[in-house]
Ligand binder design. Structure first.
Ligand code: NAD
Ligand code: GLY
Length: 358
């Protein structure tokens, strides 16, 4: 078991990474009161809920099981969590536990941020994507029909338990979606990690636990550093959104749940790399490396059929990084170094959108 710390003064917390982490010693110290509400979904609960409940201390433990899917990451479903908390009379010392992927983690975190103006919560991420990204850093929230993750709050967990063995039951497509975010860390921050990913992609796809543990550890280490520097995304944290402006447009346009978040990010990253190439910031070989590593991870590299450049433009205009009507994008200066910028030729962006749409 390896431990990382997210250093945020009195809101600092550990991330435990390893196998067989559903143990009382990793959970009990972070449960402050005598009530727990576990939030999970219809897919994950039958697999891991009993195992989790078995190691909780002898206190009041309730559960809310939500339907599975990004399309249920809504204010309506959030109400179901508040209903559970209120009908079971949870008070301000309650602890919410998110048991699931990023959808459950984001929703549970937002329920914890808002219930009685804020209660404790614990993240037990069960997808690769949530272990390397969404469970760390305190971004919580739900989607709005007009924009992804538009309703939310920053609220840090007490602890994150990333137990690699739960990935054994994850569908292949979901594993690949998680790899998109892992590749992101290499592209944005660490060329050496990118090389390592290129060399070990086959083993990662084959779910070698040691390789997965290293990928999760390095990803969380990079994310923890960034969050410690810029918790509320006033600056450098925005770089973690490489590919996300294009990707969120794809998710919104296709209807939440049809394209996986990681798949949309993969295509968005290739589009960001294409724009970086058109601006003369990276060369063709570097662009091809981005394409190849996404393909090696079994991720898509082309935008959804039928999606138009105008649809991209309209949906990208509601991105959270838009300031005073000015679109800002994360682009690559080189592999391993990204920038957030509004200084790009709009014609080059048009060309990228045209290139990736019919
Ligand atoms: P998800 O939560 O929908 O999980 C993917 C699928 O895997 C679901 O069907 C789920 O039920 C299933 N699943 C989960 N764990 C499983 C397991 N161990 N075995 C079998 N099946 C399992 O999707 P995700 O990719 O984990 O997360 C995507 C969400 O995360 C998006 O809503 C995205 O916006 C959000 N996100 C948030 C942040 C953040 O910083 N808060 C960062 C990245 C992504
Ligand atoms: N996933 C981007 C962030 O947490 O900032």
């Amino acid at each position: 078991m390896q431990t990382l710390n997210v250093e945020l003064a009195d809101r600092s917390y550990p991330i435990f990474i390893g196998t067989d982490l559903f143990r009382r010693e990793y959970l009990a110290p972070y449960i402050k009161g005598n009530q727990v509400l576990i939030v999970s979904n219809e897919t994950v609960a039958p697999l891991y809920l009993d195992q989790l409940k078995a190691v909780l201390p002898a206190i009041q433990v309730d559960e809310v099981i939500l339907p599975d899917g990004e399309q249920f990451k809504t204010l309506d479903q959030l109400t179901v969590v508040y209903d559970g908390l209120l009908t079971q009379r949870h008070n301000r010392t309650t602890t919410l536990i998110a048991l699931g992927g990023g959808v459950i983690g984001d929703m549970t975190g937002f329920a914890a941020a808002s219930y009685q103006r804020g209660v404790n919560f614990i993240q037990i991420p069960t997808t690769l994507l949530s272990q390397v990204d969404s469970s760390v850093g305190g971004k919580t929230g739900v989607n709005h029909p007009l924009g992804k993750n538009m309703i939310g709050a920053f609220h840090q967990p007490q602890v994150v338990l990333a137990s690699v063995d739960v990935l054994a039951t994850l569908p292949d497509r979901e594993l690949s979606a998680g790899l998109a975010e892992v590749i992101k860390y290499g592209l944005v921050y660490d060329a050496g990690f990118l090389d390592w990913l290129e060399n070990n992609m086959q083993g990662l796809i084959a779910r070698d636990n040691a390789l997965l543990s290293h990928a999760i550890y390095r990803s969380c280490e990079l994310k923890a550093e960034v969050v410690a520097q810029d918790e509320k995304e006033a600056g450098v944290r925005a770089l973690l959104n490489l590919g996300h402006t294009f990707g969120h447009a794809i998710e919104s346009c296709q209807g939440y749940g049809n394209w996986l978040h990681g798949e949309a990010v993969a295509v968005g990253t290739v589009m960001a790399a294409d724009l970086s190439r058109r601006l003369g910031w990276i060369n063709h070989d570097a662009y091809q490396r981005v394409v190849r590593i996404m393909q090696a991870a079994n991720l898509p590299i082309a935008a959804p059929e039928g999606m138009t450049a105008d649809e991209f433009m309209a949906l990208m205009a509601v991105d959270k990084k838009v300031i005073d009507g000015q679109l800002r994008l994360i682009l690559l200066r080189e592999l391993g170094a990204a920038v957030v910028t509004d200084q790009f030729d709009p014609q080059a962006l048009r060309q990228t959108l045209k290139h990736f749409t019919a």
